[in-house]
Design a protein around this ligand. Sequence first.
Ligand SMILES: [Zn+2]
Length: 68
Amino acid sequence: MTAAIPESMRRGVIERAQGCCEYCGKPQVTFFAHEIDHVIARKHGGQTELENLAFACFECNRYSAAPE
Ligand SMILES: [Zn+2]
């Protein structure tokens, strides 16, 4: 689950990514919306800041999710 990310920060990440997944470069399609992903999970000390956020497609976002 994605923690709350300020709208201005979300826009910044999407702008930097130019609407494409920052892991695999896939452009966002309408069927599965891309998500903002924490590169270092918050539970591992990752901060909610531009440097630690990535625009990720459904697949990359799913694979990056650490198992509980
Ligand atoms: Zn991807």
